[in-house]
Design a protein around this ligand. Structure first.
Ligand SMILES: CC(C)(COP(=O)(O)OP(=O)(O)OC[C@H]1O[C@@H](n2cnc3c(N)ncnc32)[C@H](O)[C@@H]1OP(=O)(O)O)[C@@H](O)C(=O)NCCC(=O)NCCS
Length: 182
């Protein structure tokens, strides 16, 4: 399964990606607002194995993709769409190596994931959540035409920057009919 955008190729992770994945997943600066990480090398290895197993399932629900820059062939991040039990709703997730932030790359990726979700997986609704302090992430949601549906106040406990606190969460979504009418 391969998806393409103007500047990137989205394809399943492979063992050879271990170093490139660890360059962002193992870097504390890169995962400040992620609910996981920074990962150990062992966790990075396990992540790649887990995504491979998910792709082999008869009915795939976790569509994880590595993000490869067409120009250089480098793997610069990861993204995915994760279906619920009804297979009618999907959640988006994304991370880019910090050297590639602020170039408009993730909105390009997210638009392709949304197209894939609606046009190919026939989803009804696609959503994404983030730490309310993660401006870069909710701007990606806005740039893709997702609407803010909720601001949960201090509903998540975990690492925010370097300390564990209760933090706010934003929730954005887009419907199939909005996608069709865009
Ligand atoms: C969030 C992330 C995916 C954004 O991707 P991107 O390709 O840099 O997105 P864009 O270039 O379209 O930037 C979106 C906006 O956020 C800003 N921005 C991007 N990354 C930022 C960052 N780390 N800190 C502050 N602002 C950031 C951009 O300047 C831009 O601002 P504008 O809309 O006012 O012009 C990327 O920063 C990232 O991988 N962050 C670490 C992982 C992460 O937090 N993932 C999301 C978890 S929910």
């Amino acid at each position: 399964m391969i998806l393409t955008t103007e500047r990137m190729i989205l394809r399943p992770f492979e063992e050879k990606d271990e170093e490139a994945v660890h360059n962002y997943a193992g870097n504390p600066d890169n995962v400040v607002y992620m609910i996981w990480g920074p990962n150990t090398k062992e966790q990075t290895k396990q992540f790649i194995q887990d995504t491979k197993k998910n792709w082999e399932k008869e009915s795939v629900t976790n569509y994880d993709f590595g993000i490869v820059l067409k120009e250089t062939g480098e793997l610069i991040g990861g993204c995915g769409i994760y279906l619920n039990d009804t297979r009618k709703e999907g959640m988006l997730g994304w991370i880019l190596h910090k050297d590639y932030w602020k170039k408009g790359l993730m909105p390009e990726v997210a638009m392709e994931l949304i197209r894939f979700g609606f046009d190919e997986l026939q989803l009804h609704r696609i959503y994404a959540t983030c730490n309310a302090a993660n401006y870069g992430s909710y701007r990606v949601m806005e740039k893709c035409g997702m609407q803010k549906e909720a601001h949960f106040r201090k509903n998540r406990y975990g690492r925010d920057g370097s300390e564990d606190i209760w933090y706010d969460e934003f929730y954005y979504a887009i419907l199939d009919e909005e996608w069709a009418a865009r």
